[in-house]
Structures are given as structure tokens and as C-alpha cells.
Design a protein around this ligand. Structure first.
Ligand code: ZN
Length: 310
């Protein structure tokens, strides 16, 4: 079995309750973990995903009440795209109209129908219609019929001054191959990976650099099956590309290293192990506030400052 491609995408959001409502109720993702930003425990860290919280389905948010909007630009993630079954674009267009979700008309990209939309912070998301995935398991949020529900990530697109140096990292370190080109976009596919297996690199000279803030992506994480696979990637980065990563950090649900890729986007390499069921039952993921052990004794103070979201 192949275990490569996107692990998760982490983003910056405005108010927590609005973020939670949109991604669980409107988009129908499962909240698979409610924890805090380990580096700033006064802030939530929400993980949304499929029923089991599998790698390749995880969109995460740091919601801040008073964060300035970011600006899309060079060296940043442009859009995060989810997979939906081929016949579901009509359902979703209707749903976005009904729920007042900002969206564009469906477009064709690389032969697929794609419906771009934005979350309440203006972050660029999209749904791609993928044939033959209707039988894949889907999270039932009680409102969206399973036949139309989101099935994990389709792709992430990066806005870059030059695509080739980033492409070299994708192919040499993360097991992607160049698949096709359309206009200024080069599409890379992770060998054998259907969920979260595509990176689109868009070359756009002359843009201003991106500015972090609400509605922007903080980093994109790629999968490593385990510590040994991650260590091998770290070594390839150093030997073939002269890039040093951070020390490994224990994120409780995976173990991570970080580096800035040549185009300026923050990349992470996250292990598939141990996953989100490590500290609560799979059936009740996301219901209780989970804290890393080093913060557990501060739980009363942390709970007192976190905004009410239930
Ligand atoms: Zn991450």
C-alpha cells in the first residue's frame, strides 16, 4: 500500500464557533480532534477530516477571534480542493446558494469539473468531481446524503514564482511524478495515492508575496508512513537539496519536521502514526477537549480562556 501524498493542511481562521459550524455543518466534515495550539494553548486547534481522521482528509485550523485577514500571494497555498462524487456538483451548487456560501461557477481543470468556493474567512476551497468514488466510505453529518459527501482531499495548489525547484522536492523526496500541464499550472501526482495525491504548482511571476492572516494556509503536511520513512526524507532533503528541517516535534497524533521549500511555502513531514484514536475512542472523536500531557495540569486555566464553541 502506498502511503504518500498530503497528510494535512493547516490554516488560520477567524472566530472559532463560526469556523466549527461551517466546516462541520455546511461542508459536512467530521471534527476529529478538538485540542489547542501546542505553541499557544490559549488558542484552539481544530482538526476536521473523514470518519476516521485518515491522513489525506485532514484540514486543520488555528481560530483567532481578532486576526487580520491575510493576503494571497507568491509563496503561498492558493487553494485546497476536496473530492466529491462525479454527480454531486449540482447538489453542492444548490447547497452553497441555499447556505449563502461564496462560490464561483463550476470550471473545467485537467478535464475535471471543479466548483470553487470560500469559507467564512475567505479561504479558497473547491470541490472536484471525481468519477468512481461514490462507493468510498463517507462521513454522515446527519444532513448531507452520503452519496454527495466529501471524500478527502483532491489536491492543493501552490502559487509560486518558479515551479521547477518545488517540483524537484515533490518528485525526489515525496514520491510524486509530473502528470500534466495546463496553462501556467503543472500537476504532480503521488504514485498510487487517490486521496490527497495531487499538487498543482501555478507559476505566477509579478505577484506580491503572500501575507499570513485569516483565510490563509499556514503549512502543507506530507505523509511519511513512520519515523524511518520520515528520516529517509529528511536525509534526501539535506543531501540532494541542501535543505535542513527542524528537529522532530511530537504533535501527539503524528510526529513532524518542518522546512521552508524553495518557493517559500512552509512544508511539514508528518507520520501516519499514531493517529487520532490514540487518546479517545474512535466513535467519539472530537467531542472532548484533548490536551497534550505537558499542558494537562493547566487544564482549568486553558478551559477558562478558550472561547465557548459547544
Ligand atoms: Zn501541521
Amino acid at each position: 500500500m502506498h502511503r504518500n501524498g498530503i497528510h494535512h493542511v493547516t490554516t488560520i481562521a477567524g472566530p472559532a464557533r463560526r469556523n466549527l459550524d461551517f466546516h462541520t455543518r455546511v461542508l459536512g466534515l467530521r471534527l476529529v480532534k478538538k485540542t489547542v495550539n501546542f505553541d499557544d494553548p490559549t488558542t484552539y486547534h481544530f482538526y476536521f477530516g473523514d470518519g476516521e481522521g485518515r491522513p489525506g482528509t485532514i484540514l486543520t485550523f488555528f481560530p483567532w477571534d481578532n486576526v487580520a485577514p491575510g493576503r494571497l500571494g507568491i509563496g503561498e497555498t492558493q487553494e485546497t480542493v476536496f473530492r466529491v462524487p462525479e454527480g454531486s456538483i449540482g447538489y453542492w451548487t444548490h447547497r452553497f446558494l441555499e447556505k449563502g456560501v461564496a462560490h464561483d461557477s463550476p470550471v473545467k481543470r485537467f478535464g475535471e469539473t471543479v466548483l470553487p468556493f470560500r469559507d467564512p474567512d475567505g479561504m479558497r476551497l473547491a470541490l472536484a468531481a471525481v468519477p468512481g468514488i461514490g462507493d468510498e466510505p463517507a462521513w454522515d453529518n446527519g444532513e448531507i446524503p452520503a452519496e454527495h459527501a466529501v471524500r478527502g482531499f483532491h489536491s492543493v495548489s501552490l502559487l509560486l514564482e518558479k515551479a521547477a525547484p518545488t517540483g524537484a522536492i515533490l518528485t525526489d523526496v515525496f514520491g510524486f511524478t509530473e502528470l500534466a500541464r495546463e496553462g501556467t499550472v503543472t500537476r504532480y501526482k503521488a504514485e498510487g495515492t487517490d486521496v490527497g495525491g495531487i499538487l498543482d504548482l501555478r507559476e505566477a511571476g509579478g505577484f506580491l508575496p503572500g501575507r499570513p492572516g485569516a483565510g490563509t494556509v499556514h503549512h502543507v503536511a506530507f505523509r511519511a508512513a513512520d519515523d524511518a520513512a520520515q528520516a529517509a526524507m529528511v536525509e534526501r532533503l539535506a543531501q540532494n537539496h541542501g535543505i535542513r528541517t527542524t528537529e522532530q516535534k511530537d504533535r501527539d497524533y503524528f510526529r513532524s519536521v518542518y522546512f521552508r521549500e524553495p518557493g517559500g511555502v512552509l512544508f511539514e513531514i508528518a507520520t501516519d502514526e499514531p493517529g487520532f484514536a490514540v487518546d479517545e475512542p474512535a466513535g467519539s472523536l472530537g467531542q472532548a477537549l484533548k490536551l497534550p500531557r505537558f499542558l494537562e495540569r493547566s487544564r482549568p486555566e486553558i478551559e477558562a480562556v478558550l472561547p465557548e464553541v459547544a
